[in-house]
Design a protein around this ligand. Structure first.
Ligand code: AMP
Length: 280
């Protein structure tokens, strides 16, 4: 596996690989890799791509300085895991390499980012769109793998690809979970043993709510029941629970025939912010 730290190395690699007729897939990550990340890499390799993974804890997408400071960083371990998962190249730039000067350009995704993560993490998606655009330009992949775990991020990246005519296929990979249902996340490492034991409630609440949606329980009632269920665990501080249109991400007042529903939740658990979602 190649390991690159400069943009020039990544560009040169991509150009050579493309000239040689190789097909490239990009898997952008912030490291502290878990099986969810590795399955994205394995899926790309199994589909015949040369997989480029990136590890970059992107400061511009953090709206909370403690979250950025405490974000787990395990470069040696990550490098070994990626090599074992069939990754072809790893791009691990410094902040100065990615942002030689502060970016001036700002992204505005309209209603898509005025809800949920966008509403609760000001500037987050501007940072995501900036770094993802830069990575697309540097790696020039034929495909990019993203996890459904970050449902709103996927919707924005889809918009980004359409609006800026990036010539690549977006591949969305299902959320990989622990056996008790907790969505794998780099932030799970920061949970205390007590918090880790309480964490699967998030997915239990989502699955119960999904069942209620299937039974036709009104969105407002599903939301209220989910919030009440989360409140039974005092370690949780819920941030939002939304019953939303899976396409527009706007909260649903009622169900519309033929329109997908997504349930999205964010909650703090012993100082760690967790998100999860289920598509009904
Ligand atoms: P992150 O390192 O958290 O920025 O995530 C990098 C990529 O991995 C994103 O596309 C995430 O959606 C995806 N990802 C993170 N956790 C999971 C998971 N549990 N299952 C599937 N994909 C995931």
């Amino acid at each position: 596996m190649h390991v690159f730290t400069t943009a020039a190395e990544l560009r040169a690699y991509s150009e050579a690989a493309r000239s040689a007729g190789r097909r490239l897939a990009l898997v952008p990550t912030m490291g502290a890799l878990h099986n969810g990340h590795l399955q994205l890499v394995q899926a790309g390799a199994a589909a015949g791509y040369d997989v480029i993974a990136s590890i970059f804890v992107n400061p511009t997408q953090f709206n909370n300085s403690d979250d950025l400071r405490l974000y787990p960083r395990l470069p040696e371990q990550d490098t070994a895991l990626l090599a074992g998962a069939g990754c072809t190249a790893l791009f691990m730039p410094t902040v100065a390499e990615m942002y030689p000067q502060p970016t001036v350009l700002h992204f505005d995704f309209g209603p898509l980012e005025r809800v949920m993560e966008g509403a609760h993490r000001p500037g987050h998606f501007n940072g995501v769109a900036t770094v993802v655009s830069k990575l697309f330009h540097l790696a020039r992949p034929h495909a990019a793998y993203f996890g459904q775990k970050d449902f709103q991020q996927v919707a924005l990246v889809r918009q980004l690809i359409e609006d800026l005519s990036f010539d690549l296929e977006l591949i969305v990979y299902p959320t990989v979970r622990e056996v008790d249902g907790l969505a794998m996340s780099s932030r799970n490492r920061r949970l205390s043993a007590e918090a880790r034991a309480a964490a699967p409630l998030l997915y239990r609440v989502l699955t119960q709510a999904a069942e209620q949606v299937r039974q036709g329980v009104a969105p407002a009632e599903v939301q209220a029941l989910a919030q009440a269920a989360l409140a039974t665990e005092p370690q949780f501080t819920p941030e939002y629970f939304e019953v939303a249109d899976a396409q527009t991400l706007q909260p649903l007042a009622q169900y519309v025939a033929g329109c997908g529903v997504v349930l999205c939740v964010a909650a703090h658990l012993s100082g760690v912010r967790l998100i999860d979602n289920v598509v009904v």
